[in-house]
Design a protein around this ligand. Structure first.
Ligand code: PLP
Length: 285
């Protein structure tokens, strides 16, 4: 069965799907995106991702490509046509295609692209059982990381540096030595007092939808959470370190820059939170 993509009003074979060479997403990274995980053919955290999409579009003054109900119809049609049970859906909206000029073009329709792919959850689960290694990298990204734009070159370079070093991801570190977030995920520690720490929502990090959901879940437990920055040294000395994203859900980190975290195995908090997140996502999808 061939994969199907949605491109500006048409469902096309993935292999033939394309946008114009003067699309502003291609020329200026003038585009925003969203990624959903799919459980049992249903989008997880649907409204949270749609709300963040609206916010990203508003911040960049890109027109909304279609109403929310219409968008949901297209998202589910892409899931259906690709027969996705467990997987991911990617959506991108660019300002549109126009003769190259830095100024916003007038009267141009945004370009909407949606793709989907299956994910083998057993492979992801096995990864979560061993945990991942990461390296730290200076956070050289722009000052509006709260907008989910496709301007991801610093993330690409950092993640490739991780791969070259035999690691799976990065933790970005700001100029003061505090961790901001992962290369494509939000970051957390469980400190020696058992408190979960994650950076507060500022322009320095993306407001993860998985993060929001996890904080909601944590709200009904007796685990204390502090939305406070933590340093690399604090992460190295933590009981547990983990990241969250729609792609990796809750993923334990067991090694930072070649230093083991605790005993080098995923800890009980991250492991329990991963199970709780998945259970909640399936129940609410
Ligand atoms: N931070 C960054 C830089 C990301 O790219 C992502 C996801 O792509 C996240 C955090 C996590 O966001 P979410 O939980 O909405 O997937």
């Amino acid at each position: 069965m061939s994969r199907i993509a949605y491109v500006d009003g048409r469902y096309v074979r993935h292999a033939n799907a394309c946008v114009h060479i003067e699309d502003r997403g291609y020329q200026f990274a003038d585009a925003v995106y969203e990624v959903w995980s799919v459980f049992n053919g249903r989008l997880a955290d649907t409204q949270g991702h749609l709300d963040r999409l609206d916010r990203s579009l508003n911040e960049l003054r890109i027109e909304t490509p279609m109403t929310r109900p219409a968008l949901l119809v297209v998202l589910y049609e892409v899931i259906r046509r690709n027969r996705i049970k467990d997987g991911m859906v990617y959506l991108q909206v660019s300002r549109g295609a126009a003769p190259r000029d830095h100024f916003f073009p007038a009267g141009v329709k945004p370009t909407l692209v949606i793709t989907a792919r299956s994910v083998d959850r057993k492979v992801a689960a096995a990864k979560a059982e061993t945990g991942i290694k990461v390296i730290t990298q200076p956070d050289i990204r722009w000052g509006r990381c709260d907008i989910k734009t496709v301007g991801l070159l610093p993330n690409v370079l950092a993640k490739q540096a991780a791969k070259d070093a035999g690691a799976s991801d990065v933790l970005f570190v700001d100029s003061e030595g505090f961790i901001t977030e992962g290369g494509s995920a939000n970051a957390y520690i469980v400190d020696q007092a058992g408190v979960i720490r994650t950076r507060s929502l500022t322009a320095n990090i993306l407001a993860g939808i998985t993060r929001a959901q996890l904080l909601k879940i944590l709200g009904s437990t007796d685990i204390q959470v502090k939305e406070e920055a933590f340093s690399v040294a604090q992460a190295l000395g933590a009981k547990e370190v983990f990241v969250t994203a729609a792609t990796s859900l809750v993923m334990p980190i067991v090694d930072i820059d070649g230093h083991k975290i605790a005993d080098g195995k995923p800890g009980p908090v991250a492991t329990a939170l991963r199970a709780a997140y998945i259970e909640n996502a399936i129940a609410n999808a």
